[in-house]
Design a protein around this ligand. Structure first.
Ligand code: PEP
Length: 260
């Protein structure tokens, strides 16, 4: 029913076109021509064109790490959905915590970007997650409720079914701390419950909800085996083809054992 999606968010890495091409090539060659999990790479904007060329003939999708909500015009420094489609993107990451917390991105802006992505026929990967203080203050569900309500405002059930959500506890991103499978599954179940309440059970059952936050080859299998975890958004471990391929392999093994 739901196919696992393993996405590599390269963030502000690497620093040359040559290195980006080599990393994409390593993932492409290691994966081979067919896969029963979906795989996506999200390089910086400036490498999208090159990575798209490298990935030609492979089943790997291409994601941008952000987009602007307008298609064109006087918006210096921004990149739009139609531009991303033009350079081969299939997906776009929206509302990553490094943008929400580092650059003050609001739920309303995430919502505008999400609608722009859908209008451009890009698959949006919308990130949500609580900070350490919010978790310690037992505010995780309250925070997620606000992010989900604000970020997905105004979507039809059909549109919502095509959105990928990434639950990324901020305290686990790039820290080496990972949510336990029990912690992650509990939040994913909450998210799916919210989706069911707002968009209906059938839609909730279709939405891919990834986990992100220090996913590594040695913890991927048990996270991906959780019933409501439908893939991983991977940062640091996506910068080494071997580690990223090992995470994909964990997803393939979970899928082969009958997780759908
Ligand atoms: C991310 O960039 O979304 C992420 C989860 O990073 P890391 O895997 O390094 O924690």
């Amino acid at each position: 029913m739901r196919t696992l999606l393993i996405a590599g968010n390269w963030k502000l890495n690497p620093t040359s076109t040559e290195a980006a091409a080599a990393l994409a090539d390593g993932v492409k060659n290691g994966l081979g021509p067919a896969t029963d999990v979906h795989v996506v790479l999200a390089p910086p904007f400036v490498f999208l064109n090159k990575v798209d060329q490298v990935l030609e003939g492979s089943p790997i999708g291409l994601a941008a790490q952000d987009l602007y909500w307008e298609s064109n015009g006087a918006f210096t420094g921004e990149v739009s959905g139609p531009m991303l489609v033009d350079v081969g993107c299939t997906h776009v990451v929206i509302g990553h915590s490094e943008r929400r917390h580092g650059m003050g991105e609001t739920d309303a802006q995430v919502n505008a970007k999400l609608k722009a992505a859908l209008a451009a026929k890009l698959i949006p990967i919308v990130c949500i997650g609580e900070t350490k203080d919010e978790r310690l203050g037992e505010k995780t569900e309250e925070v997620l409720l606000g992010q989900l309500t604000g970020s997905l405002a105004g979507l039809t059930a059909e549109e919502a079914a095509g959105v990928v959500l990434a639950y990324e506890p901020v305290w686990a991103i790039g820290t080496g701390l990972t949510a336990t499978p029990e912690q992650a599954q509990a939040v994913h179940a909450y998210i799916r419950g919210w989706l069911a309440q707002v968009f209906g059970e059938a839609t909730a059952a279709r939405v891919v909800v990834q986990y992100g936050g220090s996913v590594k080859p040695d913890n991927a299998a048990e996270l991906l085996a959780c019933p409501d975890i439908d893939g991983a958004l991977v940062g640091g471990a996506a910068l080494k083809a071997g580690d990223f391929l090992a995470i994909i392999k964990a997803g393939q093994d979970v899928t082969a054992r009958g997780k759908s």
